[in-house]
Design a protein. Structure first.
Length: 491
């Protein structure tokens, strides 16, 4: 029996920030291209839809996280509900909702050089029915971690704990923590959000971290700038553009300082925390990291709310390692025991590499670790596929918009050449190039990356073969890439 296949020019995987961005620019710049968004969840928004832990909010400002084409007009730090509302408005205003198929999970993607197309095997999560789609180009916008599956280390005797153990990514909506003693394991962005939110209702919250993290205690004058500009005009788009550019400039200056004068920046960040916690708090032990600023993500707190919760006595911090769980809590390697009714683990997540989809190219299984990344968006030997992976030190949207517009330009170039296939390949000058890990450890080294680095593509020592993390470089470079360069092979 011949299987029915729906065909589109472009299929976008995922209806989150990147998927919505791509759809918008395809509609604007490629009016004759047919496209479809396949989303495995039953709603748009990705992270902002699946994460339900207390206090969930953005950990970057919405002036750069928001779309360039749709001004963000509220506070720079937003809740998940506010972000979902914004995304929903964008989808509706641009009729993107008509192009989204929810509960469609791609299981397999097979490229055929003979047909110059991808064949996608898709499971309907509501009916378990298997259906098929084909497309000439595949845009991977599925994000980078597995929704509803957090990473929790296997500590000794976890089964002996009498209370509940919950990962923040798998938070049950009906979990009652009012007047309970909470132990939260972790110190990153999720912990910084969840701890102060829970402290307002819980009996007490203990934040248990293996090692300290860098924090910022404010959005560095964003609200003040918006207020000043609003005195001159009520043009929201103009204000949004100015504020967005100023934030980007400030971020770039700060990142450069982290590299060029890390000890100075380190002292500044720690002093922000000292101002709230006071001179008697053990800042050295609990809030002085061993790595340089931005070697791991710097966590943003809303007006220092985490530290205000600590200063109030509602939150305690332990910096130690776990020996084992006990019936009433956790025994630390120092010999101390923390007791609690609920243990919340904010210990990271598991990356999904290319959406955990099984890829084959002309009947051969794709081994991504054997490829080389082209500017962090394409891979050698992999045809007609663009992968959206954002900036570690900036809003995901910034790179999503650059790559969405690059896709439109690449497709138009292929039309002009009358070709249906494009791959990237090492040029003659690159053949002896030293191959390196996808991201250098000294550049950025969080646990979720180190756990999968062996499965990631390689990078090189030339700009074309590096996943660059500098928006100011890429905003000028990506729009001017020479599509007739030797690295592009067309058929």
């Amino acid at each position: 029996m011949k299987k029915e296949i729906e065909n589109f020019d472009v299929i976008i995987v995922g209806a989150g920030i990147a998927g919505i961005t791509t759809a918008y620019y395809l509609q604007k710049e490629r009016t004759k291209s047919s496209y479809l968004i396949l989303e495995s969840l039953d709603n748009y928004g990705g992270t902002w839809y699946t994460h339900k832990y207390p206090g969930i909010r953005s950990d970057s400002d919405l002036y750069t996280f928001g779309f360039e084409f749709k001004p963000w007009t509220s506070a720079p730090i937003a809740t998940a509900d506010e972000i979902l509302k914004y995304l929903g408005e964008t989808i509706k205003e641009n009729q993107i909702d008509e192009k989204i198929r929810y509960r469609h999970k791609i299981i397999e993607a097979e490229w055929s050089s003979k047909k110059k197309s991808w064949i996608l095997k898709v499971e309907r999560s509501d009916t378990k029915k298997i259906i098929y789609f084909s497309c000439n180009f595949l845009m991977m916008c599925q994000g980078y971690f597995r929704h509803n599956e957090g990473y929790t280390p296997k500590w000794k005797d976890m089964d002996k704990f009498k209370g509940k153990i919950v990962h923040t990514e798998e938070w049950p909506e009906n979990l009652d923590y009012k007047n309970k003693k909470i132990i939260l394991i972790g110190s990153g962005a999720t912990a910084a959000t969840t701890v102060p939110a829970m402290a307002s209702k819980a009996n007490h919250v203990t934040m248990l971290q293996r090692s300290p993290t860098f924090y910022r205690t404010s959005t560095v004058g964003t609200e003040e700038l918006v207020e000043r500009l609003n005195k001159f005009t009520d043009d929201e788009k103009w204000t949004y553009g100015i504020v967005r550019q100023q934030i980007l400039i400030n971020q770039e200056i700060f990142i450069r300082r982290c590299i060029e004068e890390p000890e100075v920046v380190k002292e500044e960040l720690i002093n922000e925390v000292k101002k709230i916690l006071g001179p008697d708090y053990d800042i050295e032990k609990h809030f002085t990291p061993s790595y340089r600023p931005w070697q791991q993500r710097i966590t943003l707190t809303t007006n220092g709310d985490l530290f205000k919760s600590i200063a109030s006595g509602k939150v305690s911090v332990f910096t130690d390692e776990i020996d084992k769980f006990t019936s009433n809590g956790i025994l630390l390697k120092s010999g101390s025991e923390i007791t609690g009714d609920i243990v919340a683990t904010a210990t990271g997540f598991n990356m999904n590499i290319l959406g955990d989809i099984q890829f084959t190219i002309d009947n051969k299984k794709l081994h991504l670790e054997e490829t080389v990344t082209y500017r962090g968006m394409m891979f050698t030997t992999v045809p007609n596929l663009l992968w959206v992976f954002g900036y570690f030190r900036g809003a995901w949207t910034l790179r999503a918009e650059l790559l969405a517009r690059f896709l439109s330009r690449l497709l138009t170039h292929m039309d002009n050449l009358d070709v249906k296939k494009v791959t990237v390949a090492l040029r003659e000058e690159d053949k002896k190039m030293k191959l390196l890990p996808w991201i250098a450890d000294e550049e950025f080294n969080p646990g979720y990356l180190s756990r999968v680095m062996a499965k990631m593509p390689k990078s090189g020592d030339k700009p074309e073969w590096v996943h660059n993390q500098n928006y100011w470089y890429e905003k000028d470079t990506i729009p001017t890439i020479n599509l007739d360069g030797e690295e592009f092979l067309y058929d």
